[in-house]
Design a protein around this ligand. Structure first.
Ligand SMILES: O=C(O)CCC(=O)C(=O)O
Ligand SMILES: [Fe+2]
Length: 276
């Protein structure tokens, strides 16, 4: 399954801040990842290393969205999937670079919350944010995220939404609000006076992927179904992406060690190259 963005696709990514690819994960890979997600969320690891941000316990009965960062560190199938050649190849085209590395991944599970309401249910949301607002330790805003659906995903099971064209609004340094829950309040905060806030749901068939730029506003409301919404997310950087000192702290910067220098590239085993 190869999918190459055409000139028109590249233009659309540039204009709207995202692009949806044809199916890139096979049904076999989807099935494998779905069962590996069960293992990951029950604390079963394939490798001896500790998880990147420390051990975590997940209450699988609670409606809160479950995020495991750098699943590739601890799970074999995820380690292969994040390096899927279609992901790197497409991201290289979209970022206009000839080398792509992983910034970090997310093994993401949004439980179905049919039946939950109010304070509990709202924990299912992902706040409107710009990815780069979280990653200001990187010296380029030209970064890209892929979101691969591990089941058909639409409004009914909490498809995430992007604000079309918001990649042209520039960085809001305070938009590192992935973890906030009040979507209306965040929209009020970030909607510019002179521009329209137009949301588009990112509806995908299983195995299809959506690529968005690091300045595109996005977020998601509740998964109203009774099944969890699973996705594999890979955040990626272009060639030469390096440390920007004295910016907002992010755990990726600590992976450069205590002698990190301004501009030092995020390379080496913590930041695997996935293209070429
Ligand atoms: O899955 C979601 O609801 C949000 C995902 C997200 O923030 C991302 O892919 O960068
Ligand atoms: Fe995001």
């Amino acid at each position: 399954m190869t999918a190459t963005p055409s000139e028109a696709d590249l233009k659309s990514y540039e204009e709207k801040g995202y692009w949806i690819s044809p199916k890139i994960f096979s049904d076999e890979l989807i099935a494998e990842l779905r069962s590996e997600y069960d293992r990951i969320y029950s604390g079963d690891h394939d490798f001896d290393c500790y998880p990147w941000l420390g051990p975590r316990e997940f209450d699988m009965q609670a409606p809160s969205v479950k995020q495991f960062n750098n699943g590739w560190w601890i799970n074999k199938a995820v380690r292969q999937a994040v390096a899927h050649p279609e992901i790197g190849r497409i991201a290289a085209a979209l970022m206009k670079t000839d080398e792509v590395r992983i910034w970090h991944d997310q093994v993401l599970l949004k439980p179905g919350v049919s039946g939950y309401e109010g304070e509990d249910g709202i924990q299912n949301n992902v706040g409107w944010h710009q990815d780069y607002a979280h990653w200001q330790v990187s010296n380029t805003q030209n970064m890209c995220t892929v979101w691969v659906a591990l089941q058909d995903t639409d409004k009914s099971n909490g498809a995430f939404r992007i604000v079309t064209g918001s990649n042209h609004w520039g960085l809001r340094e305070d938009a590192d609000t992935y973890g906030e829950k009040d979507l209306d309040e965040l929209k009020k905060r970030y909607a510019p006076d002179d521009r329209d806030w137009v949301e588009e749901p990112v509806e995908l068939k299983a195995g299809q992927a959506s690529f968005h730029s690091a300045l595109t506003f996005h977020g998601s409301g509740p998964n109203q179904s009774s099944e969890p919404r699973l996705s594999l997310i890979v955040h990626m950087m272009p060639k030469g992406c390096g440390l920007r000192k004295h910016s907002k702290w992010h755990p990726c910067a600590t992976l450069l060690g205590p002698n990190a220098k301004e501009g030092q590239p995020f390379e080496g085993e913590f930041f695997p190259r996935i293209w070429p």
